[in-house]
Design a protein around this ligand. Sequence first.
Ligand code: NI
Length: 401
Amino acid sequence: MFDKLDEIKVLRDPIHGYVKIEYKVIWDCLGTKEFQRLRRIKQLGASFMVYHTAEHSRFSHSLGVYELSRQLVFDNQSINDYLSEYEKVCVMLAALLHDLGHGPYSHAFEAIMNTSHEEFTKMIILGNSEINQVLNSYNENLAKDVESIIAKKHKNKVLCQIVSGQLDADRMDYLLRDAYFTGTAYGEFDIARILRTLLVKDNTLCVKESGIHSVEDYIMARYHMYWQVYYHPVARSYEIMMHSLFKCYFNYLSKGNESIFKPFDDFLQGDISLQAHYQMDEATCNYGFKLLAQSSDKVLSDLATRLINRDLFKYSDIKNEHDLIAKRKEITEKGFDDKYYVLHDQANQRPYQPYHGADENFIYILSQDDNLKELSVLSPIVRALLNVEDQNDIKMYYPKS
Ligand code: NI
């Protein structure tokens, strides 16, 4: 049904060895401007301010998620038997395209734009884009089907679970990739074992009980990566300062001042067109910061200069409201505007939360007596983790001098 390339394309990858591309539709998607844009978006946002080698892109992560989904749908016998060729191609496309909507510096940008990367992903796949043209040229239902898998709305639950469930190609790739590129060993787990022991039972993706130890290891990897990498306070400091800079620039424009950098104006004034989204990548952002650094507005210039030179705000824990009030007073007395110079955020993460929300949050294990059981029922380690109190990390950020 789908044309294959005359020769399989083989791309080297430090995580999976090779990324193999056999279908023409996949290769055509790679060549679109929306997919190539992902080269200019870092996978880990501001984490490179902490882990200096964490400069890998959403482009390489997306290829990695594609490759894992390809291995799952072709090399895993149970999944291979369960899916039609059309469904396999849909899953691989969903894996490849799931992060198309990401903005620069990852989630930090979503807070500024007041919209989510999921919405942009949907707009790119279904809207007036090169990606949409490629998908439509193969099958008129393809764009809609791929988007519904990414949005977890496809009627075949297994397709959604492969791309973004609890034990999915997306997370498995980013944990391994982020661990590799940060140089931390926490994110490592036995991916080959998980891929071998996954199977479909009762229209549900699950893991054979013999694979349970590798799943426990994966849950622990997630837990450690969150606290060691994803929620690292130095990266959070960079992101929250960027937020403050944009807030300051927005107020600057609102007062009737002349524009300094048009692409920022468009976004801050709510232009969420595909064209504006395409323009906004990290290269654009960094150039914009340089222009803001030359501004005659003291706060704009100072915050932008700090970001460029990694002169990041210090941080400390907020134990109660009083801490924040005291810090505001102290910083204001030093001559800073506390609106832009005393910031706070909150990070909160549980490694695995099966009983919050729908059963899509479950990891299912196929027990030796051939029944599907939720992971913590069979794993004492995961059960113990569920009882760990919610770790809430509330911090404030302010200048050293
Ligand atoms: Ni992803």
